[in-house]
Design a protein around this ligand. Structure first.
Ligand code: ADP
Ligand code: MG
Length: 333
C-alpha cells in the first residue's frame, strides 16, 4: 500500500505510534500532541519537540534568504513549545547541506537562527552536520520546561468552550501564493511574505495563557485551522463550529485577495503556517480573559467558534448559514 493512501496522520496514528503504545507509560505525553511531556518531579515537567524543513517541500532555496530560513527553522519549533504553554530552554540543530553550498550561506542562516535564540534566551546546545545529495534538510529540536499544572493538551477541551486564536490567520498562505505564482513584491505582498518566511512564535502568549485553568486545550496552527482544530476535536471527542465571519484576517490579505481574486477565507482557514495559537476557553471566563489579554498584548483574543458534545467534526457557518465546500488543511503525501 502506498503511503499516500493513508496520508501523514494515518501513517503516524496507524503505523508509527501503535508500535510504542506499551512502552509509553501514563506519566508521559507522547505522540499526538504538539510536544512530548516528561515529568521531572511532582511539580515540573520537561517538554521536547522536533520539526523538520526540507528544500522543495517546505521552502524554495531561491525564495527564502538563509537568514529567514534560520529564523523559521527555530520558530516553528518554539511554536510547538508555546502550544503546550511551556518555556523553551535550549535547541539542537541538525543540518544536511549539498557540498557546493557557500559558507556565507550558513553564516547567514545562523544569524537568523541566533536572532530568535537571543530574543527568547534559547541557546543552541548541539546537533549534527552532514552532506546531502541535492536538497537542504534542516531538523531542529527544542527542549522546554513547564509547571505540570500549566500544561495545555489537545485532549482536554470541554463542551461549551469557545474556540479562540492569538492572532490573525491567512497572511502566510497569502505569502506562499506570492512565491508560487511569482507575483510582484510590492509593500503589501512584502507584509504577507514576512509572515510566511519569518513567522514569530507566540511564546509569550502561550506562557501567559497557560496560567489560566479556564484555558482548557491549546495547540499551534501549522496546517491551518481546518486541520488543526480537527486534532483538538478528535483528541477531546467534541464537535466544533467555526463562525467564518469571525476569522481574523489582515487588511493586507483582504486587499491582495481582492486584487488577485483569491478566496481569503480559504487561505485563512485551510492555508496553514500561521503559527498563532488555537485554544479553547471556558465560555463564562472568555470576556474577562480577553480583556486581560488585550491589556497585556495590545491585541484581541479572537473568538472564532465554539464546541459542543457530538461527533468530532467541524461545522462552518457564515452569518448562521452552513458552508460546505471549504478545503481541508494541509497534510503531507
Ligand atoms: P506539529 O504540527 O504540532 O509538529 P505534527 O502534525 O507534525 O505535529 O505531528 C503530530 C504528532 O505526531 C506529534 O505528536 C509528533 O511528535 C508525532 N510524530 C510525527 N511524526 C512522527 C514520527 N516519525 N515518529 C514519532 N512521532 C511522530
Ligand atoms: Mg504544533
Amino acid at each position: 500500500m502506498k503511503i499516500s493512501k493513508i496520508g501523514e496522520f494515518g501513517l503516524i496514528e496507524e503505523v508509527i505510534a501503535p508500535e510504542f503504545k506499551e512502552l509509553v507509560n501514563k506519566h508521559l505525553t507522547g505522540i499526538g500532541d504538539d510536544a512530548a511531556i516528561i515529568p521531572i518531579d511532582e511539580h515540573t515537567s520537561h517538554i521536547y519537540t522536533t520539526d523538520m524543513l526540507i528544500e522543495k517541500t517546505h521552502f524554495l532555496r531561491d525564495k527564502i534568504s538563509p537568514y529567514q530560513l534560520g529564523y523559521k527553522s527555530l520558530s516553528v519549533n518554539l511554536s510547538d513549545i508555546a502550544a503546550m504553554g511551556g518555556k523553551p530552554i535550549a535547541s539542537y540543530l541538525s543540518i544536511g547541506l549539498p557540498k557546493d553550498m557557500e559558507v556565507e550561506w550558513v553564516e547567514e542562516f545562523m544569524k537568523g537562527y541566533k536572532s530568535l535564540s537571543e530574543e527568547f534566551h534559547v541557546p543552541l546546545l548541539g546537533g549534527d552536520t552532514t552532506s546531502s545529495e541535492n536538497n537542504i534538510i534542516v531538523n531542529v529540536g527544542v527542549t522546554g520546561k513547564i509547571s505540570t499544572k500549566h500544561i495545555k493538551l489537545r485532549s482536554t477541551a470541554k463542551a461549551d468552550d469557545l474556540v479562540c486564536l492569538t492572532g490573525k490567520v491567512g497572511d502566510s498562505a497569502g505569502g506562499l501564493q506570492i512565491i508560487l505564482n511569482d507575483l510582484p513584491e510590492d509593500p503589501i505582498a512584502k507584509k504577507l511574505l514576512e509572515h510566511h518566511l519569518t513567522p514569530p512564535p507566540h511564546i509569550s502568549e502561550g506562557l501567559w495563557l497557560s496560567q489560566f485553568e479556564t484555558v482548557h486545550a491549546m495547540m499551534d496552527v501549522s496546517d491551518g485551522i481546518a486541520s488543526d482544530l480537527k486534532h483538538i476535536l478528535k483528541a477531546s471527542q467534541l464537535k466544533g463550529t467555526v463562525e467564518l465571519e469571525h476569522i481574523p484576517m489582515s487588511n493586507e490579505l483582504i486587499r491582495q485577495s481582492e486584487h488577485y481574486k483569491w478566496n481569503p477565507l480559504e487561505l485563512s482557514v485551510s492555508g496553514g503556517e500561521d503559527y498563532v495559537l488555537l485554544l479553547t476557553v471556558d465560555k463564562n471566563e472568555y470576556e474577562t480573559m480577553a480583556g486581560k489579554f488585550r491589556e497585556k498584548f495590545s491585541k484581541p483574543l479572537y473568538q472564532i467558534g465554539y464546541l459542543e458534545k457530538g461527533e468530532p467534526q467541524i461545522i462552518y457557518l457564515k452569518n448562521k448559514k452552513e458552508v460546505k465546500d471549504l478545503k481541508e488543511g494541509y497534510s503531507h503525501f
